[in-house]
Design a protein around this ligand. Structure first.
Ligand SMILES: [Cu+2]
Length: 77
């Protein structure tokens, strides 16, 4: 039951919170306990794998992170 400041590398994202065109543009979203949030971002790079993770180090080190991969990203050996 903790907050999680989630960060997506390489992109700004919008928090879809019902504010329409005034949805905040962020690089970190502080998610409260038991909260569900929806974000969207423009996949503006040619390709790539982008790390999405909690900014609290021990959360990240215990696995609170995921890779967002663009379609058609070449394999990274
Ligand atoms: Cu966290």
């Amino acid at each position: 039951m903790m907050r999680h400041p989630m960060h997506l590398h390489g992109h700004f994202f919008r928090t879809l919170n019902g504010q329409g065109e005034y949805a905040p543009l962020k690089t970190v979203l502080d998610i409260m306990p038991m909260e569900t949030d929806t974000i969207e971002f423009h996949a503006s790079e040619k390709y790539g794998d982008w790390y999405f993770h909690c900014h609290i180090l021990y959360h990240m080190m215990s696995g609170m992170g995921r890779i967002f991969s663009y379609e058609n990203t070449p394999a990274n050996p």
